[in-house]
Design a protein around this ligand. Structure first.
Ligand code: FAD
Length: 474
């Protein structure tokens, strides 16, 4: 019996754990998923992403059934997982365990404990496909993880030219699960008194209006559609939030219904040099994975740059509450927050503008911003989110310089010149001209909040405070 331990990798294609578990045509294969709702709360995963993962688990169970592979779902938080896995593997007389690695610290500790616990009984096979290349393979000349993006990106691209990627095919094409016990029988199997096998998944309601369609087939179609229709113009159009110009694959990547390797290869094959900008963006995802792998203290919500320890960030206040409600009186910020709350996604340009305003104009703690995004984003990804927030607040690896403070007013005039995006999310402003909307600080807009934050003054103050903190840190 081979057991595939699933995590954020509900996909058939480029899933080496599933591929190798099924490779031996005579082996019986069982998939196992440990549901850790408690862990999700500790890790700040919001209702949107929780509901999406649960939906994908159900859909993937159907996919696996077609291959004659039962998916057993058991309840176990990270601390219980070693014991739970041991119990299941023992009962099933499993010989080999297969799983794809996850890189954040708690996940690494959990996996180490599981392996310690079961290695006397089963052969364990681990794979790395949560990034284009495994983070430990991309290191500088001293064997350390990169702290700066450009050399990291060059090293990744150089490696890929040198050694092309292999995409593991769907297991169905090679062999079948061959489970003689019968799927219904194994799904309702009672392993031991303390083990909670789940037949019906708990229902978590999303807070967004709609759930994205991201099972492994939909994710693949989305990627192919993007490569065919929008990839070639991505470089010129990617920064405008009123256009549907980006790929929208982040949610599928976050829950693992598509792999970064497959995204990279598909885009490269479909557009060559014109895919370059998009490929670089995808490499940012690998970069932040590499950062948490090589500098795991970041997983404890510590900033990469120690200046952070000398900064007294704001933890609460009226302006912060207005931010969370999307009532700052700055149209582009409020529209972005409405997009986030309503759809569970926010355009990348706006994530940067919003995070800069939050940390540099409101001087609010980037950890709170990270938490707010995690609560709403369907594509919440620990490494990218913490990386993005530390970048914007100038306390991360290769972060924006502290004196770079986005001006939301010029950002909105530049990236939403006709106020199309703003009017979509703030319909009460639809009768104003774009000029009036961009001059929100000079006149009152009816039925709209007044901005009480002096953008110029708060920018100046932020730079001064940061300078002071830097001086105290060294
Ligand atoms: C403050 C902040 C928080 C963020 N939080 C997250 C998060 O929780 N989850 C998440 O997936 N991305 C996050 N990002 C990165 C980026 O905004 C999203 O990946 C992107 O908007 C997703 O849309 P897309 O798939 O259409 O992207 P595309 O523009 O089509 O890019 C393709 C892929 O490249 C990767 N990518 C692009 N930009 C970045 C980036 N700056 N950092 C890391 N990967 C990137 C993503 O996997 C993305 O799906 C954050 C950025 C900032 C500034």
């Amino acid at each position: 019996m081979n057991v595939v331990w699933l995590r954020r990798d509900f996909r058939l294609s480029n899933n080496p754990a599933l591929y190798y578990a099924c490779k031996n045509k005579d082996a019986q294969v069982l998939a196992l998923y440990c549901l850790s709702i408690k862990q999700w709360s500790t890790h700040q995963v919001g209702d949107n992403q929780q509901s999406l993962i649960l939906k994908q688990a159900i859909e993937f169970r159907k996919e696996l059934k077609k291959l004659n592979i039962p998916l057993l779902i058991v309840k176990a938080d990270f601390a219980q997982t070693p014991r739970t896995l041991d119990s299941v593997l023992k009962k099933l007389e499993c010989r080999e365990l297969f799983f794809n690695m996850e890189y954040p610290l708690d996940e690494r500790i959990r996996d180490r404990r599981v392996v310690e616990n079961v290695k006397h009984r089963v052969k364990v096979h681990r794979f790395a496909t949560d990034s284009i290349l495994p983070p430990w393979e991309i290191v500088n000349n001293s064997g350390e993880g990169y702290k700066v993006f450009t050399p990291f990106s060059k090293a990744v691209k150089f490696r890929l030219r040198d050694k092309p990627m292999f995409i593991y095919p769907q297991p169905g094409k090679l062999c079948r699960g061959n489970f003689t016990k019968g799927i219904a029988e194994i799904e309702s199997f009672k392993f031991d008194e303390k083990l909670e096998v789940i037949d019906k998944l708990p229902l978590v309601q999303p807070t967004a209006r709609e759930m994205p369609e991201v099972n492994c087939h939909q994710a693949k179609r989305r990627l192919e559609n993007f490569c065919e229709m929008r990839l070639k113009s991505y470089q010129d159009t990617r920064d405008f939030p009123f256009l549907n110009s980006t790929s929208g694959v982040s949610t599928a990547l976050a829950i693992g219904s598509i792999s970064a390797g497959e995204c990279y290869l598909t885009a490269e094959e479909s557009a060559n040099e014109l895919a370059s900008k998009w490929l670089t963006e995808l490499v940012w995802r690998d970069f932040y994975r590499s950062v948490i792998w090589h500098f795991p203290d970041i997983c404890k919500y510590k900033a990469f740059n120690h200046v952070d320890e000398k900064i007294q960030w704001n933890q609460s206040g009226e302006e912060l509450d207005k931010f969370y409600r999307g009532e700052t009186g700055i149209p582009i910020i409020d529209a972005a927050i409405r997009q986030l709350v309503d759809t569970g996604w926010m355009h990348n340009r706006l994530r940067m503008v919003v995070a800069s305003y939050f940390t540099k104009n409101l001087w609010a703690d980037w950890r709170l911003g990270h938490e707010f995004f995690a609560k709403h984003l369907f594509d919440y990804d620990f490494a990218s989110n913490i990386g993005g927030w530390q970048w914007c607040s100038s306390v991360g690896t290769d972060a924006a310089p502290y004196f770079r403070v986005f001006n939301p007013q010029s950002q909105q005039a530049k990236f939403d010149p006709n106020a199309k995006f703003i009017k979509q999310w703030l319909p009460s402003l639809s009768h104003y001209s774009d000029k009036q909307i961009h001059a929100f600080d000079k006149q009152e807009l009816d039925n709209y909040s007044i901005c009480n934050v002096d953008l110029k003054e708060s920018r100046k103050l932020s730079i001064e405070k940061f300078k002071l903190a830097k001086a105290r840190a060294f």
